[in-house]
Design a protein around this ligand. Sequence first.
Ligand code: DC
Length: 216
Amino acid sequence: MTFPFVIAIDGPAASGKGTMARRIAGEYGFVHLDTGLTYRAVAKALIDEALPLDDEKLAEEYARRVDLSTLDRDALSTHAVGEAASKVAVMPAVRRALVEKQREFSRTPPGAVLDGRDIGTVVCPQADVKLYVTASAEVRAARRTDEIVSRGGVADAAAILEDIRRRDERDMNRADSPLKPAPDAHLLDTSEMDIETAFRAAKAYVDEALAKRNGG
Ligand code: DC
């Protein structure tokens, strides 16, 4: 039996890795998991029950209860939940519990796409393809600002840039599983690339790895 094909996509906040991961999964008929939602689910459960965000034992208990099949993107996408998620994401016990579930998901045949911060380095170090999607903080902030405005919202561009810088700092400098490209990841800097060009570049890497798997 051949093992399911695994694609690991990592990168900083607002880099476009989520959109890329969904598109790649659709293209190849693979399942997709946004692992950020798993950290958000732990944070939201604690917030909903008015529990502290700094009790590792408690957060671990909630991490063990996360059900990957019921993650509600809309409910988990608020700014407050994102902020709280970055606090529970520094806890090694929480990470261990969630990584176990993420690894199990990655074994779904015929293949899986996981996106996050530590997929290529920690969750699936044996992934068939590793992509590290990034863009400058300024470009990421501008894209997020445009996205909010296009949905009819009001965005404070300076505050968004500040927020992205703070998240980068927290994600890249934590002790457990910091955000960094795996040594064998393909870097996709989309600062000066549109989504179509980035997708085509990613697809070429996947096709190459699939051909290798199939003995080509
Ligand atoms: O990508 P996001 O904004 O949904 O992620 C929420 C938080 O979870 C963010 O602070 C980074 C963290 N995270 C992580 O530590 N490891 C992952 N694999 C995915 C997200």
